[in-house]
Design a protein around this ligand. Structure first.
Ligand code: ATP
Ligand code: MG
Length: 400
């Protein structure tokens, strides 16, 4: 047997002339999300997307579509003929099925008459269908304000009837807002930052900095696992893996020790921006959060900002840690993020860290270093890992 779900989207309806581009992208993202499920079909009518599938795949299809950004809610729906006698029977059928499951005591029928040529008007349809259900189920009463059971009948080229609404993630279709380069560490915050920007439609690429052999292979595998989790939403993700060790050594040799963290972060920004330009990314994304740690002050962000021309998106800047953790748990990155592998920032962590760096002093320290050469050398040594649907597809890493 074939079943269908009806997919609602929100904000993209506001995009005026661009609406078709957004709708097409949404439909194509849904297609990719359910690609692994056989015999599915996507129908893309004005203002609605429907997916038709084999009945036994319903849970799989719903789970997959729930992770597509831009989808606001979905309803398992019945597609049927529009004549009123048929609609009466179908509404009764649905009411009986839901009452058996939930014990609903009150109901309401709501008709949406998208095809204005339909011979009956909305109130008449509501009354006829409602009366039929009432006559046949004695325990049921009408409640127009707060019904236990709301049956919606949409009259289009066919009739679509549904009662359940499953809330989804919302946001904008992935890939409709250009591309950004995510600075992905092994921590809790940066995967969440990437997720939030992707949810606004920004396509992601990622850069990770390590200090191999001071940081281990396991530390890198952890980042690969985090990126794999993000592909639940993005399908694919490319990671540029960059060794920062030579830069950290140079900083340690030539610059004041209390500046080493902010200087390393400055290099990360510069390298990330260069990679971003090569990959056609138009923004950088970090998991920075105001006041969370010593380096995440306004002064610290002033320094990292001034290393680059591109806008730096910091979607978590105003979040409380508990709220970041809630999202990390929802997107399945939390358990991986808390694994205790060392991070490149901790490798040369000085005893004292400057919390309010002054830009002019940091610039002076930068000028003690062969900045461009160090950046170019680090980029020349970079390695690339491509993850598709949770699995590593291409990897020239681990080749040390
Ligand atoms: P996270 O949980 O994302 O690691 P954090 O609270 O540990 O964040 P920092 O270590 O100060 O904060 O890093 C701030 C941001 O800088 C990170 O969110 C990330 O975007 C970027 N960053 C830090 N270390 C790395 C790294 N090794 N590779 C790539 N980006 C990094
Ligand atoms: Mg960190």
């Amino acid at each position: 047997m074939r079943e269908m779900i009806l997919i609602r989207y929100g904000e993209i309806g506001l995009k005026g002339k661009n609406i078709r581009i957004f709708e097409k992208k949404l439909a194509s993202n849904i297609r990719k999300a359910i690609y692994h499920i056989a015999n599915t079909e996507i129908l893309d009518h004005h203002g609605r997307v429907y997916v038709v599938f084999d009945a036994e795949d319903q849970t799989k299809v719903i789970e997959a579509v729930k992770k597509v950004f831009g989808v606001v809610s979905i309803s398992p729906a019945m597609k049927t003929e529009r004549d009123i006698e048929n609609l009466k029977e179908k509404c009764l059928e649905i009411a009986k099925a839901v009452i058996a499951k939930t014990g609903a005591k009150t109901f309401k029928i709501e008709t949406k008459r998208a095809d204005k040529n339909y011979p009956l008007r909305t109130p008449e349809i509501n009354q006829t269908l409602g009366a039929h259900v009432l006559r046949n189920i004695e325990t049921l009463k009408v409640d127009v304000h707060n019904p236990d059971l709301l049956i919606t009948v949409e009259i289009r080229e066919k009739a679509y009837i549904y009662s359940e609404r499953i809330p989804c993630l919302g946001g904008m279709p992935y890939g409709t807002a250009g591309k950004g380069m995510l600075l992905l560490s092994g921590g809790i915050d940066s995967p969440v930052a990437g997720y939030l920007m992707a949810k606004r439609g920004l396509e992601l690429e990622a850069v990770h900095f390590h200090s191999y052999p001071f940081t281990s292979e396991r530390a890198l595998e952890k980042v690969v696992d985090l990126a794999a989790n993000l592909t639940q939403y993005t399908m694919t993700l490319k990671i540029h893996s960059v060794n920062l060790l030579e830069i950290q050594k140079a900083i340690n040799e030539k610059c004041p020790t209390d500046e080493s963290t902010i200087l390393a972060r400055s290099f990360m920004m510069k390298i990330a921006e260069k990679l971003a330009i090569e990959s056609n990314c138009k923004a950088l994304i970090t998991g920075e959060n105001l006041g969370q740690v010593a380096s995440q002050t306004i002064e610290g962000m002033t320094v990292t900002n001034s290393m680059v021309q591109m806008p730096v998106f910091r979607p978590l800047v105003a979040y409380d840690k508990v709220d970041i953790i809630t999202i990390a748990k929802n997107i399945d990155t939390f358990e991986t993020s808390i694994l205790p592998y060392e991070d490149c920032c901790t490798v040369f962590l000085p005893a004292k860290v400057v919390t309010k760096p002054r830009l002019d002093k940091i610039m002076d320290s930068m000028s003690l270093l062969e900045m461009d050469a160090l950046v170019d050398e680090a980029i020349a040594q970079k390695e690339i890992i491509v993850i598709v649907n949770g699995k590593v597809r291409d990897m020239n890493h681990y080749a040390h």
